[in-house]
Ligand binder design. Sequence first.
Ligand code: SF4
Length: 326
Amino acid sequence: MQPILEVRNLTKVFHRGSLLARDRIVAVDSVSFAMQRGEVFTLAGESGCGKTTTARMILGFEQPTSGEIIYEKNQERWHPKIWFSQRIQAVFQNPFETFNPLRKVEGYLFETVRNYGLARSRAEAVELINAKLEAVGLNYGEVEGRYPSEFSGGQLQRISIARSLLVDPALLIADEPVSMVDASIRMSIVNLFRRLRDELNMGILYITHDLATAYYLGGQIAVMFRGNIMEMGPAQEVLINPRHPYTQLLRESIPEADPDRKWQGRISIAETEQEEYLRTGCKFAGRCPQVMDICKKQVPDLVDVEGVQVKCHLYAEQKSVREEVS
Ligand code: SF4
């Protein structure tokens, strides 16, 4: 099966500071992965790990410094411009920012139908809009004539997803789509993604810092830290049995259902972010409980550990993923 999206050695470099004291920040560092149609692929990690920059390059909002993004390989019938506008759609973090508070929500849906020439009459447009709203658990009657302030965050996020479904995309990029909705309805949106994957055979690139929802969605996961993929493989395997010290630490910060158990190891990143991006060797060396001398000098290879790719010197005796590919 051909991947619906393939990313090869994708790199993004930013420069920070004045002309005399400029830092070169590699925000995304040679990231490679592939995803299939009908598959969820999660990019996970804390804020500043490079996951959103990766998504922005895939969406064409950001120009890569180097590397390749290959969309739906061997599908020549799609001109790149059509692929970009119709085959790939995005849902963002804050549904309240997606909609102008002074504009009726239905206006956005009709606008998309018009822009893409999806209906020949208003009745046909209403029928199409209603079908997509039903796919997310709403209907046209509930939306008609109403303004954004009349909906909850969860409802607005569903409407935003319905809008992206109007063009029947092959790939949906969801950037922290549940982080700003109430915990009580978070799982209903995650369940919606599962349904879209299963019923519409849609690829979903899910960007999150929330490992619990990533686990529930399943599929593949890449855990990122300071621009690097640290661990990548089947989501449930990676999250149940994390090999990389960073994934282990992240997993420990997931709150347990047991109220007596305290949050452990919650990571504070702000001050250390720049220092970690500029670090020689393993970017995680400053916080790693298993750090060794070599970690501070040499960047670890991505190696294969029982079907999971891990970037860590602890597994140096394993076969490099690069060797496997060549
Ligand atoms: Fe820790 Fe070293 Fe592995 Fe980095 S390479 S995660 S510092 S053990």
